[in-house]
Design a protein around this ligand. Sequence first.
Ligand code: MLT
Length: 396
Amino acid sequence: MSAMSIKVNPNFRNIAPNYLFSDVAARVAAYTEAHPEARILRLGVGDVTLPLTGRVIAAMAGAVAEMADGATFRGYAPESGYDFLREAVARHYERFGVALAAREVFISDGAKNDCGNLTELFGDNPVFIPDPVYPVYLDSNLMAGRKVTFLPATRENDFLPTPEGLGAEAAIIYICSPNNPTGAVYDRERLGAWVEHALRTGSLIIYDAAYEAFIEGDVPHSIFEIEGARACAIEVASLSKTAGFTGTRCSWTVIPEELLAEGFSLRDMWERRQATKFNGVPYVVQRGAEAALSPEGYAECLELVGYYRENAELIASALRDRDVFFTGGASSPYLWMRCPRGMGSWEFFDWLLATAQVVGTPGAGFGAEGEGYFRLTSFGSRESTAEAVERLRACL
Ligand code: MLT
């Protein structure tokens, strides 16, 4: 087979050969092949296990019935989302005291996609990304050829980088709160410092609120709770973790009308981008999402969140008992633990798989500052979480 003569995107030379969770899956598959008898417990990728709630299922079943009838059948969905769901999302933000216009809400099939695709709106700006953090921000900026500067999130700064010392240049700044993987959450004051910095420097914050439903206590669920954020922030959020939609796919991105750069409205640019490259989320899914955000539907979602919280507490109690340093677990489905006995992240991954047949995610996969840390998820079933906890107690 001879190689083609086309040129490829040279930026792919700058990214790791595999996506983090693909790497984890490959190592687990190799272990399973060598040890077919092993009963592996998975606390790795943050994928939910509880089924969709009753109201979501009923709404989706009703929508399927509509699709089965010529009088109510629907074809292409509007690429930015049906008005009924854009309005439901806007009403959802009233829970946090945030007023949005429905036209500022763009429905999508995943926060991951939107985080990646948003890079298309921007020219060659400096990009600031926390380290450690969800790998999509880094990879998608590297694929686009952007130069990335890391904001270390360490034990010393409570895993919450601040804008201190950043200088006055305009930049694209990523913030994920509650943070994946550390579980650290910005309070009003610390998030306010970022908004103030962005307004002063003409920067844009891309705020990932995918885990807001897990927040406990009086901290912001949305960056738009902070005064001035409408003039400097885009927010991405999702029903994946809130309503168990990891396989169902529905999310949204909020782009306020006020966001203007070089004479362009970012809202209008995103609408234009989506109209060209996206054909909308299926009607059946959008009806399910609408139900999840209704008062009764949201109460059911919070029951799912409560179940995962109890799992997190089970894992946390084992780590406390074994004197292992960790963060997260509260306000987050993730626990971010220090690897014992000075082990590196991947070293501990292999050791834990071999010793206890428990899978987690190596902290180093989320950035250099994650080396020596390890992430456990509370999204498992109660049975497998309880068993994993017993195994952790026995080996840590
Ligand atoms: C994770 O494990 O970090 C998440 O499941 C990844 C994602 O939401 O795409």
